[in-house]
Ligand binder design. Structure first.
Ligand code: PM9
Length: 470
């Protein structure tokens, strides 16, 4: 008798729901007014005017009952909180780094490491830019250099590790400027701006060797390291039988220091840290953290938040958790793809990225198709998404020219443990509806452009075509 194969192939959430938050439904007329009031920027909408909020997975995940219980164990002493020591021990156990400097969120850590390691005139190579990371590098006098593989800039390329570094691009940089002008390589796990794409351990090992040969450090943006580890387990030969926890540790151990926005993988509403191995760098970080954040045993965080973070770190590397988390993102992506709508492939770890450049190919990039599509999707459905294209890319700090990235994307970002499969169905159907009306979507122009991180607070008006003259 042939062995009966299992009929069960679906994934399901490894938790059940204990408390709910009610959502407000709005009318199309109300949403038209709301987006106009928000200057066609989804960051400027009021959250109560949003039905399904896929702006970001940052600080928006649902904490577990264990994490909420952890809040009650907050030791709010100004100095030496026991929650700090607990967090520090968790960081060493799960992420390998010996020293922990808490910060209010990820960009606090980026500020510290940039000020410590970058001298004016330095170059900081990285596997694609991230908005806040690049800004802190520039504020410290450095210049970001993109060394990600070319495949990462092509939304349709199926490369399994689009977060990999092109070592030849690093060689090129060193030939031009010299290794002494490169204090560190900045490596993000699950590269956000590329569509949540992972770096492979094989590539990271090559990078470690290159950095050792050139006396250059590796600073790891570990904001989504657990999602990256899941993809390694799934795709990289030799890792199928290793746990996500083991892979996360192996990734971190190949790097020298890390900046961490704890608001993503680790499922807390606020928090971050700089993690280090070198005692001298740690001393420098302790000196700076008191200037910008708070004492080195709390940085920008309350004791209770450090406790919830420690528990979140433990939960974030559970295989069941991460399979369901990435499974939900993939479920939404596959549903949208079945409608024939172009998205970034392979589907990433934290979000589905709509290829707005292709969807609105009647709009030039100077009319900000991704910003326009995000606004139109909101009006259509009440779903909030985020632009990740020319508006986010900003301007070249030397020339003032707009960057025009190859990727002009709208990000549908899934908070962890928050929405159900039925919500994902509604999102896919709403995206299909706006896709059918894509030719009616108009471009936008800035009415207010902030000088830094313009995507957060920029305002726009609609560019409605001139009526045809006879
Ligand atoms: N990421 C996101 O929505 C928050 C708003 S956009 C700036 O994706 C990486 C890879 C991030 C990130 C924030 C930060 C900064 C650093 N690296 O927001 O300061 O995705 O905690 O972290 C956002 P903080």
């Amino acid at each position: 008798m042939p062995k009966r194969t299992s009929r069960r192939h679906s994934w399901a959430e490894p938790y059940k729901i204990k408390m709910v938050e009610l959502l407000k439904m709005t009318t199309r007329v109300e949403r038209q007014q709301a987006i106009k009031d928000a200057g066609f920027n989804t960051f400027l909408l009021r959250s109560e005017d949003v039905y399904i909020d896929l702006l970001t997975d940052s600080g928006t995940s649902a904490m577990s009952d264990d994490q909420w219980a952890g809040l009650m164990k907050g030791d709010e002493a100004y100095a030496g909180s026991r929650n700090f020591y607990n967090l520090r021990d968790f960081v060493e156990e799960y992420y390998s780094y010996k020293f922990t400097v808490p910060t209010h969120q990820g960009r606090g850590a980026e500020n510290l490491i940039s000020q410590i390691l970058i001298k004016p005139g330095d170059y900081i190579p990285g596997n694609m830019y991230f908005t806040t990371t690049r800004l802190h590098q520039e504020l410290a006098g450095g210049t970001f250099v993109d060394v990600i593989i070319d495949e990462a800039h092509d939304s349709q390329d199926p490369h399994p590790f689009k977060g990999d570094v092109d070592i030849a691009k690093l060689d090129d940089l060193v030939r031009k400027v010299g290794a002494d002008k490169v204090p560190y390589v900045c490596i993000a796990t699950c590269v956000n701006m590329a569509g949540g794409q992972p770096i492979s351990l094989g590539n990271l090992k090559q990078l470690r060797q290159w950095c050792d040969e050139h006396n250059v450090l590796i600073v790891h943006d570990m904001t989504r390291v657990a999602e990256n580890a899941f993809f390694i387990q799934e795709r990289e030969p030799g890792y199928a039988s290793k746990s996500v926890k083991e892979i996360v540790y192996e990734i971190c151990a190949l790097t020298d220091a890390a900046t961490f926005s704890a608001k993503k993988d680790a499922m807390v509403n606020i928090g971050g840290m700089l993690a280090l191995n070198d005692p001298e760098l740690y001393d420098k970080a302790c000196n700076l953290v008191v200037v910008y954040e708070g004492l080195h045993t709390y940085g920008g965080m309350a004791g209770r938040d450090m406790e919830a973070l420690a528990i979140g770190i433990r939960e974030s590397v559970q295989d069941d958790h991460i399979r369901a988390r990435v499974g939900q993102v993939r479920y939404l992506g596959e549903h949208i793809e079945q409608e024939g709508i172009p998205i970034v492939k392979p589907i990433g770890g934290h979000a589905v990225f709509l290829d707005a450049g292709q969807i609105l190919n009647h709009l030039p990039q100077t009319m900000f198709p991704a910003q326009s599509l995000a606004a139109a999707l909101y009006v259509e459905s009440g779903i909030r998404s985020m632009e990740r294209g020319a508006v986010s890319a900003g301007r070249n700090k030397e020339t003032g020219e707009n960057y025009m990235p190859k990727l002009e994307l709208v990000r549908l970002t899934i908070p962890r443990r928050v929405y159900t499969q039925a919500h994902m169905d509604i999102v896919a159907e709403s995206v299909a509806e706006i896709y059918d009306q894509r030719h009616d979507v108009h471009g936008l122009k800035f009415t207010y452009e902030p000088p830094m991180l313009r995507f957060f607070q920029g305002r726009f008006e609609a560019l409605v075509p001139e009526p045809a003259t006879v």
